[in-house]
Design a protein around this ligand. Structure first.
Ligand SMILES: [Fe+2]
Ligand SMILES: [Fe+2]
Length: 325
């Protein structure tokens, strides 16, 4: 066993350094387009300030009036969705490390993008925490303990290549946009809704950057890009997966219609795949054709699973987002 491992290692190391070299070359080749997309982003992104979104008039000192469970106006799934949304945003140090690891090998526009993206993401946790603390909608002690657990654990995503990394963040930004937007709608709180509309607009521009830079990569390396996209669609997992109790909480969020298989299939995966015209690309190599076949099968299965889930929740009397107003 040990001998086999020892024999395999040099080859694996060689493969890895080849792959790193190929990644670096691709980043260099994409750099002019990254620059164009970065400039476009800076032009359309609106400056905004978290403090403008917080109802500070509701604030009271916690030492004089400690938090008690009867204080939140948000309850149940609405509260859970905000908790997951904030803890996910809180893990920014891990995402920065990953994003820098993937794109920091490029320079110029890539580095500018990593900095800009990180700074914009930082506002999301700031505005969410201020809102939840001032309104007392979540126990601030359990929220802080959740943050500590989450950050000490960190977040890792196995993104062995630039192409897979780009595919993941394109889908992930859109997934986050929809989850935040629906969390705001579900809350039936105009203050929360306004915050989530604002954050969702940021996530949308992030998605557009990643979607379009991968669109450029699809022109340079269509077969490799298709394989990377398929790998990411098949393995997709939300970045909150490390949060304690995430599976149970994600199930509640799905039942409420905030983020379920239907949303994932119809509003996240399909629009981006259509934008890239994945099923219309021609001249792919055999491996990419095979990947595309697996993708088609996966999408059918995902759609069927979404339908079964919809039928199951339709027969329950759980409040869903459509009826949440
Ligand atoms: Fe965010
Ligand atoms: Fe984002």
């Amino acid at each position: 066993m040990t001998d086999t491992k020892r024999r395999l290692e040099p080859g694996a190391e060689l493969d890895r350094s080849d792959a790193l070299e190929a990644d670096r070359a691709l980043l260099v080749e994409l750099e002019p387009e990254a620059g164009r997309l970065f400039d476009r982003h800076v032009k359309v992104a609106q400056e905004w300030f978290p403090h403008d979104y917080i109802p500070y008039r509701l604030g009271r000192d916690f030492d004089k009036e400690p938090w008690t469970p009867d204080q939140p106006r948000l309850t149940g799934v609405a509260q859970t969705a905000f908790e997951i949304g904030l803890l996910t945003e809180d893990n920014l140090p891990s995402y920065h490390r990953l994003i820098h690891g993937m794109f920091g090998k490029g320079d110029g526009a890539w580095i500018n993008w990593v900095g800009r993206w990180t700074a914009e993401e930082g506002r999301h946790a700031i505005v969410l925490r201020d809102y939840l603390t001032v309104t007392r909608n979540i126990d601030p002690v359990s929220l802080e303990r959740g943050r500590m657990t989450q950050l000490q654990q960190g977040y890792d995503h196995d993104a062995p290549s630039t192409l897979r990394g780009l595919a993941y963040v394109a889908f992930q930004e859109l997934a986050t946009r929809i989850a935040h937007r629906n969390t705001g709608r579900y809350s039936s709180d105009p203050v929360a809704d306004r915050i989530m509309v604002r954050i969702a607009a940021d996530e949308n521009l992030h998605m557009v950057f990643y979607r379009d830079i991968l669109g450029a990569a699809l022109k340079l390396q269509p077969s490799a890009a298709v394989r990377a996209i398929v790998d990411e669609v098949l393995a997709f997992e939300m970045p909150g997966a490390g949060i304690p109790g995430f599976i149970r909480k994600a199930a509640q969020i799905a039942k409420a219609g905030i983020y379920d298989l239907r949303v994932h299939h119809d509003e996240v995966i399909m629009p981006i795949l259509r934008h890239w015209r994945i099923f219309e690309l021609e001249g792919l190599d055999a491996a990419a054709e095979e990947a595309r076949r697996r993708l088609a099968e996966h999408l059918v299965a995902l759609d069927q699973a979404a339908r079964r889930f919809e039928e199951k929740v339709a027969s329950s009397n759980l409040p869903r987002i459509a009826s949440a107003g």
